[in-house]
Design a protein around this ligand. Sequence first.
Ligand code: PRP
Ligand code: URA
Length: 214
Amino acid sequence: MNYKDYPNVFVNTHPLVQHKISLLRDKNTGTNEFRSITEEIAMLMGYEALSDLPLEEVEVETPIEKCRTPMIAGKKLAIVPILRAGLGMVSGLTALVPTAKIGHIGLYRDEKTHLPHEYYCKLPSPIDQRTIVVCDPMLATGGSATAAVNFIKQHGGKHIKFMCIIAAPVGIEALMSAHPDISLYIGHVDRELNENAYICPGLGDAGDRIFGTK
Ligand code: PRP
Ligand code: URA
């Protein structure tokens, strides 16, 4: 199935997001700048991904009179970065929803097999009533994303949104065919994977670029 046929896959077209992704791609963009642009993209994409957050009416007294007015039912959100690179998106999202709880899933890809290995999982409990935003800048083979959503569902998570900055078509298909019930928010869909399962043209290794390793 072509990813365009999934009704719950949303590919961002905003000029600001596209511009900032191009800055990330540039190999001359240094760690400091890479980190802050990643945060900015997460915030801009979060604005769209959270457009259906539940609201509740609260009473507020304006200088003129009391009124009932909508506010986010804020305790209901969990942000779950996939370590390491997903950490780079957390502050952009918590800037939007400071009351969100934060879980962590530690996964790394085996360099030879490209399969994900879990090394950490800690989620806010109970998770079943929350909207869960999983974030990772890169969706390549889709193995890490699929494993992360598996863990979250095993812990009882139900309302799952996945945010990535760059995705490969094969990764979108892998994730959405395994978990057709989630919503997937993508900054840009790239051409393909290379023989090392890196996204082309991509931006290289997101974790290394965010943390200045390698
Ligand atoms: C990267 C990236 C994703 C994963 C995507 O993490 O941040 O988690 O690869 O690849 P996949 O779709 O083929 O699974 P990596 O395993 O390099 O770990 P790191 O974030 O610790 O660098
Ligand atoms: N992980 C990355 O960080 N980059 C890729 O291109 C693929 C997986």
